[in-house]
Design a protein. Structure first.
Length: 118
């Protein structure tokens, strides 16, 4: 089992920055990839950014050039640096992990709210 706890959300003005953190515990050795998802009210959950065990990253087009995903393996912590925030970035942000031998993200945190005011 892997447990994920997000932190770092809050209220920020448009153009501002936030850094989200996700602390992983439990069987962290079983994690193959991690990602950040978000879900805005009335919308489906969407993949924001992902990072594989080898360090390769991917981003949604809507956040490319503004968000940076990173991972500190020594601290078992995932980060999402969010710069140049826009009101449309307002959502609940979730940390997710995919363990080896699975094809989808199977571990989820409870989420942290990000609100960007105009």
């Amino acid at each position: 089992q892997v447990q994920l706890v997000e932190s770092g959300g809050g209220l920020v003005q448009a153009g501002g920055s936030l850094r989200l953190s996700c602390a992983a515990s439990g069987k962290t050795f079983s994690i193959n990839a991690m990602a950040w998802y978000r879900q805005a009210p009335g919308k489906e959950r969407e993949l924001v950014a992902g990072i594989r065990s080898g360090g390769s990253t991917s981003y949604a087009d809507s956040v490319k050039g503004r968000f940076t995903i990173s991972r500190d393996n020594a601290k078992n912590t995932l980060y999402l640096q969010m710069d140049s925030l826009k009101p449309e970035d307002t959502a609940m942000y979730y940390c997710a992990a995919r363990t080896y031998l699975t094809t989808s993200y199977n571990c989820w945190g409870q989420g942290t709210q990000v609100t960007v005011s105009s």
